[in-house]
Design a protein around this ligand. Structure first.
Ligand SMILES: [Zn+2]
Length: 140
């Protein structure tokens, strides 16, 4: 199998519901998203002949997702009162409401699903929430 890997970072806030420790409070991370593609065969013709994919295309998709999540508050749907969401949005804050608890594991899976939907043959996403700690999602 052939592989390609690239990465992009984004800064965003979150908190964990039903967590007893520092992460129950609103805080931020510089999330580092490392994406690995895998493909059994290289492309056979055209400008991408003998490539998995052009790096330009790969980086563009990964950066687009990072830009979408950058400087937003990643909120688990239902974790805040509707009035709180309205008040934050009313203040002009950028919110990304997600249908899951915003753990690094779930964010890695979310990134994998989004990039697969964009047509990339993603096999793994590592989501770093600190320079030393990351969660990994591998596509089954
Ligand atoms: Zn955190």
């Amino acid at each position: 199998m052939y592989g390609l890997r690239t990465e992009a970072c984004f800064d965003s806030a979150h908190f964990l519901t039903d967590y007893y420790g520092k992460c129950e409070n609103l805080h931020g991370h510089r999330w580092r998203m490392v994406v690995t593609l895998g493909q059994d065969e290289l492309q056979r013709e055209g400008t991408m002949k003998d490539m998995v994919l052009d790096f330009g295309v790969f980086k563009q998709e990964v950066r687009a997702l990072a830009n979408e999540l950058d400087h937003t508050f990643l909120v688990e749907e239902g974790s805040l009162k509707p009035q709180t969401i309205e008040a934050l949005a009313g203040e002009g804050f950028s919110l990304t409401v997600l249908p899951f608890r915003t753990t690094a594991e779930n964010l890695a899976r979310y990134a994998c699903e989004r990039l697969c939907q964009a047509g990339l043959p993603v096999v793994e996403v590592a989501m770093y929430e600190t320079p030393n700690n990351c969660a990994i999602y591998r596509r089954p």
